[in-house]
Design a protein around this ligand. Structure first.
Ligand SMILES: Cc1cc2nc3c(=O)[nH]c(=O)nc-3n(C[C@H](O)[C@H](O)[C@H](O)COP(=O)(O)OP(=O)(O)OC[C@H]3O[C@@H](n4cnc5c(N)ncnc54)[C@H](O)[C@@H]3O)c2cc1C
Length: 473
């Protein structure tokens, strides 16, 4: 199909961008891999699940209703189930290459004069012994099960790691009836105290979560970390309601975690270890921006995020970026950035300059400041690699252990790329999205944005059909 503007990603940023551009007379296609618009924050349960009160699992539902109803009333073409694997720049604009449906084998193309990248971010999880056991899920994954599948990941959960996402996950699970044995946060609360002015709005939100944790009697262990996840026979409820491992040969899965206190340097304090029985560990260590499509287009990155100007333009003409792809900062910031990107793209496509939008600019400035404060306050334990035993799997796709990575370091490897060449860590299906930070941490080098030509695995047949005239004669 042909359109003026392709917005990739239908989360808060993409929705705001599409609505703003469409309202200004531009033809817009909104493309997303998911079956419904909403992104991570407004993830919707599948229609077939007939959720009675989906709003019970969400915050700021009114905003979602406004976006959803605005989209339904607009002329935006919504293309769900479209997994975009590349955006190609040509003389007349851009070609968005996607694969359709759950099998992701049927190709589709959208031709547009301009593109807004609103592809969000993904969770970072640092490895520890036992982290590959069934029952260990990412914090966002646990929440996605709840919001999208209306299921809970288990009966007794520990929520652990670092970052503000742990709060809605712990309270969401507790409200859904999961016994949350503990929220284990490696950051000390006093690190937030140093950023009070920048965090003004966020502190009130945090207080709301604290009240909910108290109401659900969730113990909070700050400056603590999970040092090991333990596996055993599948857990089953005993007649008295407590959980116990099954003894009938059922497969290995999580039965509990060992947590320990951290000292001021981020090292485990010996003698503080304690065992928490649980059948679920929801763990996350912050988020990273999705930059594959931007990278493929040659957009400049600023650190690990897409660099944009005041209008949310990248340095590639015709390409805008908004939301978590430009830096992790939450749904409200994504909405403000998306709105500004949509206004700018619409104006530039018509050959004019965008009207001032002081409210959105002010919101963006304030929210970026609090995002930066949260980013510098929350951090995984500085010495986390010390807890990673040699037999811990680091790259799950290629099953590369920490021992193999350390062998590569002994051979002289000093960066992610050389470790990859020597061990295959990062060469598998996910192309290092899961293990890249861990490899960098073990190697003692800063994480580097990976260059991945495709944002999704693409069948060879689809690639061959792109340029049939170039085949062997
Ligand atoms: C797993 C998870 C759980 C979260 N839970 C919370 C929470 O409970 N509370 C909170 O305040 N914040 C939460 N966040 C953060 C919050 O969701 C974000 O701040 C917000 O959604 C950012 O909006 P966005 O539009 O930038 O990105 P997103 O909402 O992530 O939307 C990006 C969209 O782009 C689509 N996309 C990405 N790549 C492609 C591609 N190649 N092809 C097609 N489509 C693509 C995705 O399917 C997605 O719909 C969570 C984030 C994650 C990742």
């Amino acid at each position: 199909m042909r359109t003026d503007l392709a917005v990739i990603g239908a989360g808060p940023a993409g929705l705001a961008a599409a609505l703003a551009a469409c309202a200004r007379g531009v033809r817009v296609a909104l493309v997303d891999a998911a079956t419904e618009a909403g992104g991570q924050f407004y993830r919707q349960p599948a229609a077939g699940l007939r959720a009675g009160r989906p709003e019970a699992l969400h915050h700021r539902w009114r905003t979602w209703e406004r976006l959803r109803d605005g989209l339904a009333a607009s002329a935006v073409r919504v293309l769900t189930d479209h997994h975009v694997w590349a955006v190609e720049r040509g003389p007349d604009g851009f070609t968005v290459h996607a694969l359709l449906g759950p099998e992701q084998e049927e190709p589709a193309e959208v031709h547009a004069r301009a593109v807004i990248l609103a592809t969000g971010g993904y969770e970072q999880v640092l490895p520890f012994p036992g982290w590959t056991l069934p029952g260990v899920v990412t914090a966002g994954g646990a929440q996605a099960m709840l919001k999208g599948g209306l299921v809970v990941p288990g009966r007794r959960a520990v929520v652990a790691g670092s970052g503000p996402l742990l709060l809605p996950v712990a309270t969401g699970l507790a409200a859904a009836g999961v016994e949350v044995a503990a929220l284990v946060e490696s950051t000390a609360p006093r690190r937030l105290a140093g950023h009070v002015p920048a965090l003004a709005g966020k502190l009130a939100e945090g207080a709301g979560y604290a009240a909910r944790l108290l109401r659900h009697r969730v113990p909070v262990l700050t400056r603590h970390t999970v040092v090991r996840a333990h596996g055993g026979g599948t857990m089953t409820p005993r007649p008295d309601g407590a959980m116990a491992p099954r003894t009938d040969g059922a497969p290995l899965r999580l039965t509990g975690v060992t947590v320990a206190a951290l000292d001021g340097d981020g090292r485990v304090r010996p003698g503080t270890e304690r065992h928490l029985p649980c059948d679920t560990l929801a763990v996350g260590h912050g988020m990273l921006p999705h930059t594959d499509l931007a990278d493929g287009l040659g957009c400049r990155l600023d650190g690990l995020a897409v660099a944009v100007d005041a209008e949310q333009r990248t340095d590639v003409p015709g390409v805008w970026a908004a939301g978590e792809a430009t830096g992790v900062g939450g749904a409200a910031l994504a909405l403000a950035e998306g709105h500004l990107a949509g206004r700018s793209a619409a104006a530039r496509l018509r050959g004019t300059t965008p009207d001032p939008a002081p409210a959105a600019v002010k919101a963006r400035t304030k929210l970026r400041r609090s995002a930066a404060a949260l980013d510098s306050a929350y951090a995984p334990p500085a010495h986390w690699p010390e807890q990673v035993t040699d037999d811990t799997v680091i790259c799950r796709c290629e099953e590369v252990t920490a021992g193999a990575v350390r062998d590569a370091l002994d051979l002289g490897a000093g960066d992610e790329r050389t470790v990859k060449l020597l061990t295959r860590a990062g060469m598998g299906w996910c192309q290092g999205r899961m293990c890249s930070t861990a490899v960098a941490g073990l190697a003692g080098c800063p994480p580097t944005p990976s260059r991945r030509p495709f944002a999704r695995p693409v069948p060879l047949g689809v690639l061959a059909r792109q340029h049939p005239q170039e085949g062997p004669s």
